[in-house]
Design a binder for this molecule. Sequence first.
Ligand code: ATP
Length: 336
Amino acid sequence: MDIIAANHLTKSYRQYRRFPGLIGSVRSLFTRQFTEETAVNDISFTIGEGEAVGYLGPNGAGKSTMIKMMTGILVPTAGDIRVLGAVPHEARKTNARQIGVVFGQRSQLWWDLPVTDSFDLHKTIYQIPETKFKQNLQMCMELLSIHEFVEKPVRQLSLGQRMRVEIAMALLHEPRILFLDEPTIGLDVMAKDQIRHFLRMVNRERKVTILLTTHDMKDIEEICPRMIVVNKGTLVYDGSVEELRARLGNERRVVIDFREDPGPLDMPGITLLQEEGLRKTYLVSRSESTVFELVSRIAARYPVEDASIESADIESVIRRLYRQLADEESIGRQIG
Ligand SMILES: Nc1ncnc2c1ncn2[C@@H]1O[C@H](COP(=O)(O)OP(=O)(O)OP(=O)(O)O)[C@@H](O)[C@H]1O
């Protein structure tokens, strides 16, 4: 069953022009000149119950705008969005009970109160029955290790601690859908791991539908079998990582240990990705030649100690997609 459906969804922001100075501000009041920016442009997709979907795109692609429309904070300019069969901005109260929301940059917690008080307030606001509340709280506290700081006021928590509390709070009323905007941004590796494992469990075992925005490909790898990629407001990809890898020509990563630094390699179809001393990682396009052939050509010309070939990780697949999009745009500009 589809529980989220976007149909030709569009959101434009109007930016009114401001004229400088005092006279200018009076002028601004009367002329009302504006420019329009389309943050979400004619996007359609459906998400079924129990799915976990990553929503990615470069900065300014329109991800937060999309989440805000799904949660009913923003009203679409055109098209249609339905969440649990309802129009989000018309059903904010009823939907709130079935939706959990975590915005990485903004808190839902009570800053001056101890964490436990925020949980209790949430219980009252959402009228969560005592036993259900206790069970859910217990589960979240344990799996997210919240016990250690549950008596502290929220303002004293580290970012990683606060984020774990935000996620726990969003789940106490047992929502069917969980929206997360950048849930792991700015966290250390351990905190990221803990949150990813937890979200994976919530999705796989509790069957909560998850939609998250992220810039971190590991979030996608560990939580989301499906990803939707947007760029400048439009949808550019909807499918699995494997399908995207296949579509982009299946690039490979080649890690080479050199005996001495070879400098830039004079070889077509190979891009330097990473350097750690004499160990260098390259991205190799398979269309240029077979990877083995290429590695042996490198070994014939440069002092190679060892080499290994890996499939392109998701990060390089996405990097390649973004590069392709940027190339298409610059070609479009030249033609236009
Ligand atoms: N309130 C607003 N008024 C005017 N323009 C806005 C507003 N909010 C967002 N925009 C513009 O809409 C576009 C999409 O913004 P949005 O925040 O949805 O992108 P994003 O994909 O979440 O970006 P990021 O990855 O940087 O968080 C941007 O160009 C942004 O400047």
